[in-house]
Design a protein around this ligand. Structure first.
Ligand SMILES: C[S@@+](CC[C@H](N)C(=O)[O-])C[C@H]1O[C@@H](n2cnc3c(N)ncnc32)[C@H](O)[C@@H]1O
Length: 390
């Protein structure tokens, strides 16, 4: 394990490398200033610079952990109250009620947002410590770059809202769910179910609460609007794609005019027999990690009546390597996603071996062709062929 001095040296070296690149190429370095870009705009081709930034971030996290020491680091891990001001900002629409280029008195914001003034003042003080909003003068606030981002970027606002309103209460019930339903493979025996006092699965719930789903869940559950099919059809002119999803998801979807005739949207429940027969490829992108094995197996089995000999099933999804293979930051992100899947649907991320076993469990006529993981990606292509005659 590197020492604090080695980590500091690595941070210095990599940060200088990134800084010089950005300056040389006239790319603005993001800061916490109001007009700052909200993301780093390093082009994908600059792989060494992207790697240097990543290495600096990883070393920074490790250095902070070491400098805090085990006790303080652990105490920091248990601080979840920073969700409260973010929850308040999204619930009371605070970011949108602050003028983009001006200021507002806290008492006016309280009136406009229908929140008690004193409570709002206390929440704002916490938020400002998190770099959300700033005091422009006593009793007045204005935007910081982060609160302005929430006001201007609907996707990020929806993401924050879903995170506080859906994931947070569900997460608080995960251990209770594990206790109540030990080893469950049912997608309706989860933290989400206990938090929402429902027996519906996440997707059934979303179908029944479309407004809540649109406002708060869409960034979590994704939403198959055909973006992959469109990219594929644009890249390969001989390709015809049918995008299948639940009726509420596909009902208003239309292919771009230049691709009409080659992209079609079809309402289909993937637990029902596959209606599109004899396709060359059945492609599942980021679908099966949403389901426990018992249900993922059913999804694969429902393809069988439609499959011709040699049909390919391609799954593009996370392939979980053993701990220690990926950089720490990526391993942490995957562990978090895995537990999020447990929280919402008793679902899980799978290792290469678990992908293989899933197809074996579904049907011995699925011939496993291997897994290809593009460099630097956490997602891999799992390739399987339908070989009924062995
Ligand atoms: C995590 S999203 C992935 C979306 C997209 N494939 C992507 O890669 O971004 C899971 C998708 O599965 C769809 N879905 C959930 N249950 C379904 C079902 N029973 N039949 C068909 N689609 C379903 C959801 O509507 C959602 O679009």
């Amino acid at each position: 394990m590197p020492s604090i001095a080695e980590l500091a040296a690595s941070i210095f070296e990599n940060t200088i490398k990134v800084n010089e690149y950005m300056t040389r190429n006239d790319i603005v370095i993001p800061s916490l200033d109001l007009g700052s870009p909200i993301s780093w705009n390093i082009p994908l081709e600059a792989t060494d610079i992207l790697a240097a930034r990543k290495a600096a971030i990883e070393a920074t996290v490790e250095l902070q952990t070491l400098l805090l020491g085990p006790r303080e680091h652990f105490i920091q891990l248990t601080r979840f109250s920073s969700n409260i001001p973010i929850h308040a900002i999204t619930r009371f629409n605070l970011a949108n009620n602050v003028p983009i280029n001006g200021e507002i008195a806290v008492k006016d914001l309280a009136r406009q947002s229908k929140v008690d003034e004193q409570s709002l003042g206390r929440l704002l003080r916490y938020a400002i410590n998190l770099k959300l909003f700033e005091y422009s003068k006593p009793g007045y606030i204005c935007h910081s770059v982060m609160s302005r981002m929430l006001a201007e970027n609907v996707d990020i606002h929806d993401y924050a809202s879903a995170s506080c309103n859906e994931m947070w209460p569900s997460s608080a019930h995960v251990v209770d769910a594990l206790n109540k339903f030990p080893g469950s493979q049912e997608p309706n025996e989860t933290g989400f179910n206990l938090a929402n006092d429902t027996q519906l699965t996440l997707y059934q719930y979303v179908e029944q609460h479309p407004v809540r789903a649109r406002q708060k869940l869409i960034n979590k559950v994704g939403g198959s609007n055909g973006f992959v099919a469109i990219a594929l059809a644009e890249a390969f002119s001989n390709l015809k794609c049918i995008v299948q999803d639940l009726p509420t998801v596909v009902k208003d979807m239309k292919a771009p005019a230049n691709l009409s005739g080659r992209i079609e949207f079809l309402a289909h429940d993937f637990f029902e027999p596959q209606p599109v027969k004899n396709a060359d490829v059945y492609f599942f992108r980021w679908i099966l990690h949403n389901w426990p094995d018992k249900y993922a197996v059913r999804i694969l089995q429902s393809l069988i009546p439609a499959l011709k000999v040699g049909a390919k099933i391609i799954v593009y999804d996370e392939v979980l390597p053993p701990h220690g293979v990926l950089p720490e930051e990526m391993d942490l992100a995957l562990a978090q996603l895995d537990i999020n899947m447990m929280t919402l649907q008793n679902a899980k991320l799978r290792s290469a071996e678990e992908w293989k076993q899933l197809f074996e469990q579904a049907d011995s006529r699925f011939k496993f062709g291997g897994i290809t993981i593009p460099p630097g990606s956490a997602l891999g292509f799992v390739e399987v062929e339908w070989m009924p005659t062995g």
